[in-house]
Design a protein around this ligand. Sequence first.
Ligand SMILES: Cc1cc2nc3c(=O)[nH]c(=O)nc-3n(C[C@H](O)[C@H](O)[C@H](O)COP(=O)(O)OP(=O)(O)OC[C@H]3O[C@@H](n4cnc5c(N)ncnc54)[C@H](O)[C@@H]3O)c2cc1C
Length: 381
Amino acid sequence: MDFELSEHHQILQSSLREFFAREVAPHARRWDEEERFPTELVPKLAEMGLLGVRIPEAYGGSAMDTLSYAIAVEEAARVDGSLALTIASHNGLGTGHILAFGTEEQKQRYLPKAASGEWLAAWALTEPGSGSDSAGLATTAVRDGDHWVLNGTKMFITQGSVGGFCVVLARTNKEAPKQRGITAFVVDHGTPGFRASKHLLKLGMRSSDTAELTLENVRVHDSARVGEVDRGFIDTMKILDRGRVSIAALSLGLGSAVIDMAVGYAKDRKQFGKSISEFQAVQWMLADSKVEMDAARWLVWRAASLADQGRPYSREASMAKLFASEAASRACNRALQIHGGYGYTREFAVERHLRDAKLCEIGEGTSEVQRLVIAKHALAG
Ligand SMILES: Cc1cc2nc3c(=O)[nH]c(=O)nc-3n(C[C@H](O)[C@H](O)[C@H](O)COP(=O)(O)OP(=O)(O)OC[C@H]3O[C@@H](n4cnc5c(N)ncnc54)[C@H](O)[C@@H]3O)c2cc1C
């Protein structure tokens, strides 16, 4: 397969690179230090079409393909991993679930507001007691006439505090096998009993909003159900496939950016009377990172292209996420090493990228879970 970008994708890439360099790069370090979600940026993201990436134009979106989506997330991550995570989770998870499985009424209600940035989207699968074993969730939704009553706690929810709506996965059938008794509901922020109970402080991705959510007798009409009863987990697996491509793209942005930083620093920094870029030990670190991030790019773009062709890509999404996230962490570690003591300070973005990259090995399925998925495909083949 040829992965040279089309002219259309190249134009998108260069205009987004210019946008993020202008609007985000000067502020990313401060937002990270303040551990604050940059609400002021939301209208500009919407204007660039970055909050309705896959939403059809009829609902106010920019109707991009998956490859464009991956390019957008990569370009954001080059300067700010947290912002890239916001773009990825808003588009891929919360909005993506409604786009893929919502009713026409739900699409009309949520998608235009998501695309305009009026309502950011959250998506709540993980719980305090169920992470990798996500089908083991304990939040319940009990039918009461035309309504459902939801109770439970959700953990690590991106846009949990700042979102306008949240797609919540809840157990609707305790008798069925655990993957076959889960249903999705969309809950508006402000619904009585639904609240962000804790803002979580993190190692990295500090200006991405992460919250614990509590649902206490949250009452929603059956029209808030997204997809069929008891089929929510099956739909969720499809949502996670595309989500994994975006986390892989995020890794690609972080890893590619730190190589550029390390090259620039290595050329400038002099020790023993010469530029440290002349030392073979430094060159080898750069070479290893270059090879790994190029290999990651092929995996990410392959998975995105398969998605765009409507072909199966679950295995390829896991391969891309596994390899790109671990390669990005290695690239960040090497880049920090090349920066020496200065890399360990907050003067240089490389330490922030290293902290942000670690999340990519955990969110939307840990590296271990990706290996399980890939092995399952290998053993079935
Ligand atoms: C910043 C951030 C944002 C997030 N955003 C969201 C969000 O928006 N929505 C959402 O629903 N979730 C979100 N998550 C949750 C994320 O998807 C989970 O953290 C992740 O799936 C891992 O679950 P866990 O943290 O409970 O770890 P655990 O599942 O407890 O895993 C702990 C360790 O055990 C390993 N392990 C577990 N099971 C196995 C196994 N079978 N074989 C081998 N090893 C195993 C894991 O790989 C890991 O190393 C977010 C998390 C973070 C940190």
